[in-house]
Design a protein around this ligand. Structure first.
Ligand SMILES: [Ca+2]
Length: 339
């Protein structure tokens, strides 16, 4: 693990392989797909109504209320769940404590990363119909016994993600960058800077001709300072544009600041949802049951239908700068439509 700096932190968020992605994707040839865009001709009220009707008709394909406890050595249901990187877990009081640890000393330092994926593909074969996931994130805790001057402004406090993909792990961590397909909701909490939330899909070769790109993972960015890289990235967010931040195509991005807004967002139990509907041609995310952002991603999964022909995995991962980073979660539902 490297000592964190904003560039390596960015690479960590998306699996540590950012710089290697571009070449292989450019070499993959162009895929036929229409440009993603916000779902047209729908007011939020209509979109919400449609989501509620759709949601009510879905079946729980895979679920966990985390009420069972498990003994050593894993303290978790290792039949249905597969550990990713430094992920550890246990259930306590009917909830899921997902933990990522690193070596001492305590306090902000090297970023640690890990999580869990479903052992099996828990979404519909071919992602037909509607496929979604909802989980309650109740909180994040870490050790407090460290000198407060260790808290450097701009440093990553924590990040958390939900990924629906043909592989286990984050977007950027796919084994076959040409064939694998996945979508992801994630947020990064940066100290003194803000909470950055993203709805993304994996990159395709044609994306580089269509969308602006930030500086992360570019050779020519090596001379830029971390602040310059952040500035380019945040300017694209502020414009509300779809943009490339390798290895992701960022569709929706939201910044929460100042601290009160962040506390309002993360300071209580929130229910996050990611849904693919219309045979995985539309992607949206929900917060406490409300549709937040929706995008047409027609042709994205279709450009590699083999990748999800048996369904897809759900991965839940966390990154944290502390020695003990713990996410408290509950009530996971993988929801699918039945033909
Ligand atoms: Ca529970």
């Amino acid at each position: 693990m490297r000592r964190e700096d904003p560039l390596s932190r960015r690479e960590f968020l998306y699996s540590g392989a950012a710089a290697a992605v571009t070449g292989s994707i450019l070499a993959a040839g162009s895929a036929v797909l229409s440009a993603p865009g916000r779902t047209p001709g729908q007011s939020n009220i209509v979109r919400q109504k449609e989501h509620e009707l759709r949601r009510a008709s879905l079946a729980v394909q895979f679920g966990d209320d985390f009420s069972k406890t498990y003994g050593p050595p894993d303290y978790f249901d290792m039949k249905r769940w597969t550990k990713l990187m430094a992920g550890q877990a246990r259930t306590e009081g009917g909830r899921w404590l997902m933990e990522v640890r690193r070596d001492p000393p305590p306090g902000p330092g090297t970023v640690a990363m890990g999580g869990f994926a479903t052992t099996d593909k828990v979404f519909n074969p071919g992602l037909v119909g509607t496929n979604g996931v909802e989980i309650t994130l109740a909180g994040f805790t870490h050790e407090e016994d460290y000198p407060k001057e260790m808290e450097e402004p701009g440093g990553l406090i924590q990040a958390w993600s939900l990924t629906i993909g043909s592989w286990k792990g984050l977007v950027g961590g796919q084994k076959d960058r040409q064939k694998d397909r996945g979508v992801q909701l994630h947020f990064d909490l940066l100290r003194g800077d803000g909470l950055f939330l993203y709805l993304v899909r994996g990159l395709l070769p044609g994306d580089f001709d269509k969308y602006p790109r930030d500086g992360f993972g570019r050779k020519e960015s090596k001379s830029m300072s971390p602040q310059q890289l952040r500035e380019i990235h945040e300017n694209l967010i502020k414009k509300g544009e779809i943009f490339i931040s390798v290895p992701c195509l960022s569709l929706a991005n939201r910044i929460y600041r100042p601290e009160e807004k962040i506390r309002e967002f993360l300071g209580r139990s929130r229910r996050f949802g990611v849904f693919l509907t219309d045979d995985a041609n539309t992607l949206y995310w929900t917060l406490d049951g409300q549709v937040m952002d929706a995008f047409e991603i027609a042709g994205y999964f279709g450009s590699s239908s083999e990748s999800v022909k048996d369904g897809a995995f759900l991965s839940i991962m966390g990154l944290g700068c502390f020695q003990r980073n713990t996410w408290l979660m509950d009530d996971l539902d993988v929801l699918v439509s039945r033909k």
